[in-house]
Design a protein around this ligand. Structure first.
Ligand code: AHG
Ligand code: MN
Ligand code: MN
Ligand code: MN
Length: 335
């Protein structure tokens, strides 16, 4: 029986490829894995304990915070601080950034932007949810409090990006810019084990993911692209299949493995798009590109966008290379 490679073993092996690596990043990633296991434990027993439902608070997004939003946020904040390698966090659930620069964290050189619980609307109905994270090197001097500019770096500056999907199994998928690797949690070991080495997304596919409830307000190019997906044309494998479950991580993960395109255009409620650049679009874009796909906004390549604010929203088109190029073609031609 082949020995499974655990996340920690993989991180250490990968660290050996970076001569300048000092283990700080490996330690940070290890603590992210611990936080993921804590959240997974709560997600798995949601419904049995008082972790479901609304927390009674609202977050800076004006969203009703779910108890699991709050729990996941606290679990990741706690582990990131405990790693001693993180000097600051920008989280969907906190209005401002949180910084650590004393004690264990005084020499920390990384900052993290995270969506602690993605797909919150699905928690109470037992549909997959996720966590999304991105890691940057701080730009401000080590030993001082991290500053806003440390968090407003372009996605192209990212050191690593990843997500955890709490689904039929729990997976951690991440990249450090050398391809994408997926690890499945083995509950009997309590370890994430390498299950999807070097993930490459198909150049094209049959799945398109979009909330068609917003159709009326879509850009004309997107309305035309949706009609294109629905037309019968054997040569280009159409009509495609519509799949959308309202959890970005789950929709993206399925499309990355099977071949598809995820779209969140401008809508009435969200004229600049709903998804947040720092902790949803940038990390997913890095993973999409590392898996051979693409990720664009109506303003251009996601990883090239200069963030202006930590909760900034952008339009988002990500997935299979040829499908994203086709979406861009329709947007450029009709808009
Ligand atoms: P979050 O739960 O972190 O606030 O993110 C929800 C996001 C994303 O997961 C999903 O793709 C999108 O919201 C769904 O939005 P709609 O319900 O408007 O389609
Ligand atoms: Mn939310
Ligand atoms: Mn989210
Ligand atoms: Mn969230």
């Amino acid at each position: 029986m082949e020995k499974s490679i655990t996340l920690n073993e993989f991180i250490i092996h990968q660290q050996a490829e970076f001569p300048e690596a000092t283990g700080n990043f490996s330690c940070l990633l290890h603590h992210i894995g611990i936080a993921a296991k804590k959240v997974n434990r709560e997600v798995n027993k949601a419904g049995l304990v008082d972790i479901l439902g609304r927390s009674g608070c609202e977050n800076v997004q004006g969203e009703e915070q779910q108890k699991l939003d709050v729990y996941a946020n606290e679990a990741f904040m706690e582990e990131l601080q405990a790693s001693g390698e993180c000097c600051g966090i920008a989280s969907e659930e906190n209005e401002d950034v949180t910084t650590f620069h004393e004690g264990l964290c005084r020499n920390a050189k990384y900052i993290v932007c995270m969506d602690p619980l993605d797909g919150s609307s699905n928690i109470d109905v037992n549909v997959s949810v996720g966590t999304i994270f991105s890691i940057y090197r701080r730009k401000s001097p080590i030993g001082e409090a991290a500053v806003l500019d440390d968090f407003l770096q372009k996605g192209s500056e990212m050191v690593a990006a990843g997500y955890i999907i709490y689904g039929s199994s729990t997976m951690l998928v991440y990249t450090v810019g050398r391809g994408v690797n997926g690890f499945t949690l083995d509950p009997s070991l309590g370890e994430f084990c390498l299950s999807h080495p070097n993930i490459k997304t198909p150049a094209s596919g049959k799945i398109y993911s979009i909330n068609e409830g917003n159709y009326e307000k879509f850009p004309v190019g997107i309305k035309k692209y949706i009609k294109y997906c629905q037309e019968k044309d054997a040569k280009t494998n159409r009509p495609y299949t519509s799949r959308y479950i309202g959890s970005l991580v789950a929709d993206f993960h399925r499309n990355m493995l099977k071949g598809g395109v995820f779209m969140y255009p401008s809508t009435d409620n969200h004229p600049n798009g709903k998804l947040r650049l720092l902790y949803e679009c940038n990390p997913i874009a890095f993973i999409a590109e590392q898996a051979g796909g693409l990720a664009f906004s109506e303003e251009g390549r996601i990883l090239d966008l200069q963030p202006e604010a930590i909760h900034q929203r952008v339009t988002f088109y990500a997935g299979a290379h040829d499908m994203v190029m086709k979406v861009k073609e329709f947007l450029n031609f009709f808009n």
